[in-house]
Write a protein that binds this ligand. Structure first.
Ligand code: CDP
Ligand code: MG
Length: 736
């Protein structure tokens, strides 16, 4: 089948045989049609209990025991073009019935809160309605999304609906990628991009309407936008503002925005059975695979598609791979399972697959992060499998440490996820945790990001906008004072603010870059060390957020050797990435080179795009692209450390690393090229912390302790680096 070909052939045979044996032991194939729904055929089958059925809602949005499915669709009149079919589809969305009322409300009120179930058409339709009503003649219609993938895929969809080329009348802007043109009238963008627009156009006068979409997600950028747009609508009376939310936080938004009226779009919902695991499951990825197979085999093939919620790319790929292998093992005995991963860095060409209609006699399984919770609606889903976890940023202002942590979701999020099963027909939601755990271990609501994140970047941007008194900024939910203070301190230590809290020259330059302050500082300071070219390449490679190195299981040894080649000569992961980029550049950016060196060519191209953009900004702040060559990498690491001096750890007597200031034990991530070094470095600078089983440093490089007092005299003193000098016993480190 067409989706199974990507998987490496070798090793498959054994797995297949294993499956065959298992299958015969399990008596697969003997199952009778009238058997109980969850009488499964896997020896690792999971027991679920149905506890409750979430009631459906009728067309008026009222809870109801009896929500009738649609009459079978009339065959669409023959001879309709694809585009005409799309137009027929547009009219079926719940929001369509309220089109005129919506436009009347917008005409009457400057600010409107819009609430409607996910999938009702808020994101794709309302910008078009505003355009059709003539607002686009007055200025662009912007619609913000918390997620890049959502901005891209929704823009693509709307371009299709409007029958225009993406990037012309309908476009999107996300960080490092601007797909708009002077023709653009409907612009989807990440909330972070609209925030940046304030820097270049403080009154946003090129826009006639702003839709702050997915407001319930309460991302940091959306929360800051609330404060800014609240201010702007006071002096731009011609600007229309719509805050759109999928949940009932509406009252809160309304009272924050001077009691703006709430526009409800009633959405229909079918009842959803909620099933919990009887026993806690230790490995939710594995449990998700088994549950998928259980559903796929026991449930009528036409009953609907499956949506799995996991936490990130790695898990999603692992889940997809296992599913591919296991279904392959079952061969032609089961109907085809079309496996579609969705996560933030998914290449655009693969995004389209998610929305493709499932062919008859097959089933689609979409494996997603919480992007599919509300941002993306995939039609035809009737089964949801919920791991109960999501990756969340967490920030400890005491230690200044920010890390991505896999965290249990809130009850509200779990309910939102289960709702995804009941859009087009009655559905089922399989929660891979127990009912007890739902009741007792999950928080009622997700804490807004602003209360658990590093505010550095946002504070810098607000300062650049001339908003000086942040303590009295009109936040909907203010960040903890400690987080704000810590952001000030850090920006001061970086040299972006002076001791009166004002933006310095350096800080002003830093604000020009769409990068974390630590990264932009590294770029700017590189001029001093004559290595701007190298730092740009390194920073771009670090910024793409995807793994560059490719490691197919059957060629792991070759791949590891290729990777070690970049590490040879020292300098840790940062310099490996720099060598990798430079060699690729020297090859003339060849795809063949990537192939030979086990490097993902897509990631490299992305890095090159990012690099071009940052280099463009360097020109704007008149930073000369000096170069020192890769061999002189100490300069490059010095520039890096000038930005990342907060992220330095030193070797302790125990043989572990502890962060220099907070004395927190941290470990080198096993994927680092330094993970197996015989002689550990005294000091390491790291790019980020990731908490999985332990607190891991990702992307590490060796540095000299003396640099710290030289590069960050406001932050470090001699005593901080002394101790490490005294002891000098290289020890084997337990690092697994
Ligand atoms: O924003 P809201 O959740 O209210 O709905 P929407 O995102 O505007 O989705 C409306 C419809 O468009 C749904 O039926 C989606 O499945 C469909 N859609 C699509 O087919 N392709 C996309 N890229 C986005 C939405
Ligand atoms: Mg939406």
């Amino acid at each position: 089948s067409r989706y199974k070909d990507d998987v490496e052939e070798k090793g498959e045979m054994e797995l297949w045989q294993e499956e065959q044996t298992k299958k015969s032991q399990m008596g697969f194939g003997k199952k009778k049609k009238d058997e109980k729904e969850y009488d499964f055929v896997f020896d690792d089958a999971i027991d679920f209990v149905v506890t409750e059925t979430k009631k459906g809602k009728n067309k008026k949005g009222k809870e109801s025991d009896d929500v009738k499915p649609d009459e079978p669709e009339e065959p669409v009149a023959k001879g309709l073009t694809d585009h005409e079919k799309i137009l027929v589809g547009r009219k079926k969305l719940p929001v369509f019935a309220y089109r005129d009322e919506f436009l009347e409300a917008v005409a009457e009120h400057q600010v409107l809160i819009m609430v409607g179930e996910t999938g009702s058409g808020k994101t794709t339709q309302t910008p078009q309605y505003l355009h059709e009503a003539g607002y686009s003649k007055l200025g662009k219609i912007a619609c913000t999304q918390p997620r890049r993938v959502a901005a891209m895929s929704v823009a693509a969809r709307v371009a299709q609906e409007m029958n225009v080329k993406l990037g012309n009348e309908v476009g999107y802007s996300i960080r490092f990628e601007d797909c708009t043109s002077p023709k653009t009238i409907v612009q989807y963008m990440t909330d972070g991009m609209l925030l940046r627009s304030f820097l270049t156009e403080p009154d946003l006068k090129s826009y006639s309407c702003l839709i702050i979409d997915e407001a319930h997600e309460r991302t940091l950028h959306t929360d800051i936008l609330f404060g800014l747009v609240k201010d702007i609508v006071r002096f731009r009376k011609d600007l229309k503002l719509i805050i759109s939310s999928a949940t009932l936080d509406a009252e809160k938004f309304s009272s924050y925005l001077d009691d703006a009226p709430i526009f409800m779009i009633p959405g229909r919902m079918f009842p959803v059975d909620i099933l919990y695991c009887k026993q806690p499951e230790a490995d939710y990825v594995d449990a998700a695979v088994v549950t998928t197979l259980q559903i796929h085999i026991s449930q009528d093939i036409d009953s609907g598609d499956i949506l799995i919620f996991l936490t990130g790319q790695e898990e999603i790929e692992q889940c997809a791979e296992t599913l591919t292998m296991r279904t392959k093992g079952l061969g032609a005995r089961i109907p085809e399972l079309i496996i579609c991963p969705v996560y933030a860095n998914l290449p655009a060409d693969q995004q389209a697959r998610i929305f493709m209609k499932t062919p008859p006699n097959s089933r689609k399984v979409v494996i997603a992060t919480n992007i599919a919770e509300t941002s993306l609606t995939i039609d035809g889903v009737c089964y949801v499998i919920d791991s109960g976890f999501a990756k969340q940023k967490s920030y400890n202002p005491k230690t200044s440490m920010e890390s991505l942590v896999v965290t249990p979701i809130s009850q509200a999020a779990a309910n939102q996820r289960s709702g995804r099963a009941g859009r087009t027909a009655p559905g089922k939601c399989f929660r891979l945790f127990t009912a007890w755990s739902f009741k007792n271990e999950l928080e009622a609501n997700t804490i807004p990001e602003i209360q658990r994140t590093n505010m550095g970047n946002v504070v810098l941007q607000l300062k650049a906008l001339g908003i000086n008194d942040l303590l009295s900024f009109d936040f909907m939910d203010p960040p903890p004072a400690e987080c704000l203070m810590r952001a000030f301190e850090n920006l001061y230590a970086l040299g972006a603010l002076n001791d009166r809290g004002e933006l310095t020259k350096l800080g002003r330059k830093m604000a020009e870059f769409p990068l974390e302050p630590m990264l932009s500082k590294s770029v700017i300071i590189a001029e001093k060390y004559g290595c701007v070219k190298e730092v740009l390449s390194m920073v771009s490679m670090l910024s793409i957020g995807a793994s560059v190195f490719y490691r197919p299981k059957d060629k792991a040894v070759h791949a590891d050797t290729a990777r070690l080649n970049f590490a040879r000569g020292g300098g840790g992961d940062q310099i490996s990435l720099l060598r990798c980029y430079t060699e690729w550049e020297d090859s003339g950016f060849q795809t063949q080179w990537c192939f030979e060196n086990y490097v993902q060519s897509k990631s490299m191209k992305k890095a090159r795009d990012v690099r071009e953009q940052i280099a463009g900004l360097c020109e704007r702040v008149e930073l000369e692209e000096t170069s020192c060559g890769v061999s002189d990498f100490e300069k490059v690491l010095k520039a890096f450390t000038a930005g990342f001096f907060f992220n330095v750890s030193k070797l302790a007597r125990s043989g572990d690393y502890t962060t220099v200031k907070a004395r927190h034990t941290v470990y080198i991530h096993p994927s680092s090229c330094m993970a197996k070094d015989e002689i550990p470095a005294d000091f390491l600078v790291y790019f980020e912390l990731a908490f999985t089983t332990k607190e891991y440093m990702r992307q590490v490089a060796p540095i000299k302790g003396e640099w710290l007092t030289e590069l960050a005299p406001h932050f470090y003193n001699e005593a901080d680096i002394e101790e490490a000098k005294k002891k000098k016993l290289p020890k084997a480190r337990p690092n697994k």
